[in-house]
Design a protein around this ligand. Structure first.
Ligand code: FES
Ligand SMILES: [Fe+2]
Length: 427
């Protein structure tokens, strides 16, 4: 280790090794990622009995499958015979899950169905013990309103208590549907970034970076709004131009910090334009929830939320990102959008326009941020200078969860305090 754990984080100051030491990263795997609840997929990706989804839990291959009883179960994606992957495709549908190597097959509940030439096992401990030779279930696996999470730790808080108040952001995504149903839309984008996973997370409610970092895309977008040939180009320009919030505006924008490192931030982009499409959508929503219900649901209006340690959602744009830390300096980000079932096509187009503008590999806004993250990671290689700070509003706001603003670094301190708690806990 570059430095003792006691020096990693205290009172708004972190040691740079927290972001660059491979040994710290190895310990994060054991004590944080393998303990916390990690997002692994959505129920709409395994809609019918026999549907399966290949996924990963930290660095281990897993597979999710829906049974004839309607239940989704999670298993390690590994054959009990000689260890081959069972699911090779990203997703599919199968009557039986069959290993392609020697043909062992399994039912949707993971039980062993058949072994070719089973008599060859006579006299071994496999003979007569077939129930012990099924697929290995994940230690913990749970759904929160269709969002599937798993944990490699056999014990710990249940998913709902783990999420706590940040769950409102997942509730909100589901409630935005007039049918109470949402579905992953298409496949995913993935971006591999050359920075520690925490560098990405620590940017997400950072109101102080928006103006200096995004100035070039803001300027271009402000001009484009005037000249936009159609509604969608204008919307995309508006989304980019809205990053031009002054520090004073950002200091008014509420951020909530919750237990377990979670947090969310209110919206600074207008999300209820006065257009026929929006009116049609709100009427459809009112038929299910009533007019008070519409105000309550659309009033949640969060720009984004962090479900610590690796998930972030933008409920008002139906967008979800999962961080997959690959090594201490490399992070993959998987990006999905959701379709609001029962909503007019216009609202779906808005969702798509937002993601194309902000989150895809071709986004001008994202390129600004990626450049920053890489610069941070490179700067941190200067070993003679050990510390970084997250002290903005440090004296004004107490430690731990509580109310904050987009100009404060309290949500980062809340993350690092949570991180230290995990890292200190031996298992
Ligand atoms: S490795 Fe799966 S059947 Fe042999
Ligand atoms: Fe940014």
């Amino acid at each position: 280790m570059e430095t003792a754990m006691a020096n990693w984080y205290e009172a708004g100051r972190a040691h740079a090794s927290v972001y660059r030491d491979p040994e710290v990263f190895a310990l994060e795997r054991e004590r944080l990622f393998k303990v916390a609840w990690i997002y692994v997929g959505h129920e709409s990706q395994v809609e019918r009995p026999g549907d399966y989804l290949r996924s990963e839990l930290v660095d281990e291959p897993i597979l999710l499958v829906r049974g004839a009883d309607g239940e989704v179960r999670g298993f390690f994606n590994r054959c009990p015979h000689r260890g081959a992957l069972i699911a090779r495709e990203a997703r599919g549908n199968a009557k039986l899950l069959q290993c392609a190597y020697h043909g062992w097959s399994f039912r949707h509940d993971g039980a062993l169905q058949s072994i070719p030439y089973e008599e060859g096992y006579a006299g071994t401990d496999l003979g007569g013990q077939r129930e012990a030779w099924g697929l290995t279930p994940l230690p913990r696996f749970a759904s929160y309103r269709g969002f599937l999470f798993a944990s490699l730790a056999a014990e710990g808080p249940d998913l709902e208590s783990y999420l706590g108040p940040v769950a409102i952001n997942l509730d909100n995504m589901v409630e935005r549907s007039p049918l109470g149903k949402i579905a992953v839309w298409g496949s995913r984008f993935s971006i591999v970034k050359r920075n520690n996973w925490k560098v990405y997370l620590e940017n997400l409610h950072d109101g102080a970076h928006a103006l200096p970092t995004h100035v070039s895309s803001i300027r271009a977008a402000q001009q484009a709004i005037e000249q936009a040939p159609d509604e969608w180009t204008r919307l995309r320009a508006y989304i980019m131009a809205a990053n031009a919030q002054s520090p004073k505006d950002m200091a008014q924008l509420p951020v909530q910090c919750y237990p377990n490192g979670h947090s969310d931030m209110s919206a600074f982009r207008k999300t209820r334009p006065d257009t026929p499409g929006q009116r049609e959508y709100e009427e459809a929503l009112a038929r299910r929830y009533g007019h008070d219900g519409v105000e309550r649901i659309l009033g949640v209006d969060r720009n984004n939320a962090i479900i610590y340690p690796t998930l972030t959602v933008q409920p008002n744009w139906m967008q979800l990102r999962l961080l997959v830390p690959l090594d201490v300096e490399t992070t993959r980000v998987d990006i999905w959008i959701f379709k609001i079932l029962g909503a007019p096509e216009w609202i779906q187009q808005r969702i798509r326009a937002f993601t194309n503008t902000i989150h895809t590999p071709g986004s001008l806004v994202r390129a600004d941020d990626l450049e920053n993250f890489e610069r941070v990671q490179l700067g941190l290689r200067a070993r003679s200078v050990s510390g970084i700070n997250v002290l903005r509003e440090f004296t004004a706001e107490p430690a731990g969860p509580g109310p904050s603003t987009a100009m404060s670094e309290r949500y980062v301190r809340n993350q690092l305090e949570t991180w230290m708690r995990y890292m200190k806990e031996e298992r």
